[in-house]
Design a binder for this molecule. Structure first.
Ligand code: ATR
Length: 275
């Protein structure tokens, strides 16, 4: 079976390591390779994958939105987001999906029960593509109270409205004032990502003890936001789980097999610690 990831640039991706390990563990023949594809090569690459009988591939920055025009069909979650991260090829046709939001939800469920997620007062920080996917997945899962905080508050308003969320829309200053109120806070902004490790969208030092701080960033494994949250007595969840679960959901679509996510989270964490 032939699998791939396309992006531009792509050399730092941990997806080949993850999927090749899973292929081996499941005793499946095949390989997963990274392809550096520039925007002007995208259309041709989609056709090549179909012609060369690939089973499917992942799509990453900057192609998640642009690829949609070249696919035969996309599912409801990808359509709602306007972004695809996984393509499955069946009978020479390309079908697009988005597993990012669901991947985050699965990661969250390693730290909180379904009932806890549903009844928590949740704050999503950021209102870009990642926030949209996560808000959509949490909402369809049955999370009752989701608020959005964003630097540009009109984008938070739009997200609350488009998903019919019952929480509040606010700017970052308002979120900072109310920070002690939330049971779960999820950073979806790039603030704190390497090399900008001293940045943070919110100062988590006043988070409620026993609450949960989640970040979608995994480089570094512990962002400044997560460090402060931990010092305040909150539980923390970094972005490794989301990365692994979005990959596992893609792998299941291609192979019909359920890969070992827990050991992969450990492997990637160890790998990051050594870098
Ligand atoms: P993605 O698709 O990865 O979510 P994005 O769509 O570019 O990326 O969204 C980035 C998010 O990070 C946005 O919510 C953005 O806030 P704005 O909507 O106000 O642009 C947020 N963000 C980026 N830089 C930021 C900064 N310096 N401070 C606070 N928020 C920031």
């Amino acid at each position: 079976m032939k699998l791939a990831v396309i992006g531009y640039p792509i050399h730092h991706s941990k997806s080949p390591f993850m999927h090749n390990t899973w292929l081996q563990e499941c005793g499946l023949k095949g390989s997963y390779e990274a392809f550096e594809v520039s925007p002007d090569q995208l259309r041709e690459q989609v056709v090549d994958f179909e012609k060369e009988n690939f089973t499917g591939y992942n799509v990453t920055i900057p192609h998640k939105e642009n690829i949609i025009q070249y696919l035969d069909e996309i599912d409801a979650s990808a359509a709602e987001l306007g972004a695809v991260n996984t393509v499955v090829i069946r009978n020479g046709k390309s079908y697009g999906y988005n597993t990012d939001g669901h991947g985050f939800l699965k990661s969250l469920l390693t730290k909180r029960t379904a009932q806890e997620v549903k009844s928590s007062d949740i704050l999503i920080v950021g209102a870009g593509g990642a926030a949209k996917g996560i808000a959509g997945s949490l909402h369809s899962f049955g999370a009752e109270k989701i608020s959005i905080a964003n630097r540009t508050v009109t984008k938070a308003d739009q997200l609350i409205e488009s998903h019919g969320l019952t929480g509040d829309s606010m700017d970052l200053a308002a979120a900072q004032e109310q920070i002690g109120r939330f049971d779960i806070i999820i950073n979806t902004t790039s603030q704190g990502m390497y090399p900008h490790i001293h940045q943070e969208a919110l100062d988590a030092s006043e988070m409620k003890a026993g609450s949960l701080a989640a970040d979608i960033i995994y480089n570094p494994l512990k962002t400044q936001y997560l460090k402060k949250a931990e010092a305040a007595g909150a539980d923390i969840l970094n972005g490794v789980g989301m990365f692994v679960f979005q990959g596992a959901l893609a792998f299941e679509k291609w192979t019909d097999r359920e890969p070992d996510t827990a050991s992969m989270i450990n492997k990637i964490t160890q790998d990051m610690n050594q870098e």
